[in-house]
Write a protein that binds this ligand. Structure first.
Ligand code: NAP
Length: 164
């Protein structure tokens, strides 16, 4: 199984504030959707609540210490008590995406094979940040730069890193 992180950060690595994203970039949402479609997505409880719904076409795994979370089965999700348990249960999958947020990224970075990072060309204050990617540990293997347009108000760059 390949474990992949997918994340969008500002130039200063901010990823969110007040449990929300910091920008509205439809092109990045589309990239996220096409990259993760068909694969399980693993997220922290706060990120799940920030999205507010199940992501279609993907097994949604939500990590929480609250054993009663979704006990009324409101959402079509799998609840896991920690990251290790989530990963253990997904061993037979081809690729699994860690989709955030900050706490879950921190706990999974050392286990990750691949990182898909969108850099949004802005410097902005957040209350959750992504770690700087260590070039000794991860190699940049692909990069695609895009200029702002009518729908996407900031320049952005898609990057893919693979563990060395
Ligand atoms: N830019 C991006 O690409 C991106 C992607 C995703 C999210 N975000 C942003 O990131 C922010 C949310 O990140 P966050 O760090 O605050 O929260 P988070 O990582 O989404 O969720 C944290 C929650 O996950 C559960 N959790 C974490 N570690 C655990 C462990 N070891 N065992 C069991 N449960 C564990 C806990 O849930 P309980 O409290 O229920 O126990 C904890 O409160 C939001 O602003 C969101 O918009 C940004």
């Amino acid at each position: 199984m390949t474990l992949s992180i997918i994340v969008a950060t500002s130039l200063n690595n901010a990823i969110g504030k007040d449990n929300q994203l910091l920008w509205h970039l439809p092109a990045d949402l589309k990239f996220f959707k096409t990259t993760t479609m068909g694969c399980p997505v693993v997220m922290g409880r706060k990120t799940f609540q920030s999205i507010g719904r199940t992501l279609p076409g993907r097994k949604n795994i939500v990590i929480t210490r609250d054993s009663l979370f979704n006990s009324d089965q409101t959402f079509d999700i799998i609840v896991e008590p920690n990251l290790e348990s989530a990963i253990n249960h997904l061993q037979n999958e081809q690729e699994v995406f860690i989709i955030g947020g900050g706490e879950i990224y921190k706990q999974s970075l050392h286990l990750t094979d691949t990182i898909y990072k969108t850099i949004v060309n802005t410097t902005i204050e957040g209350d959750v940040y992504f770690s700087e990617i260590d070039p000794n540990q991860f190699e940049l293997v692909w990069e695609e730069k895009h200029l702002a347009d009518e729908k996407n108000r900031m320049d952005y760059t898609f990057q893919k890193y693979i563990k060395r």
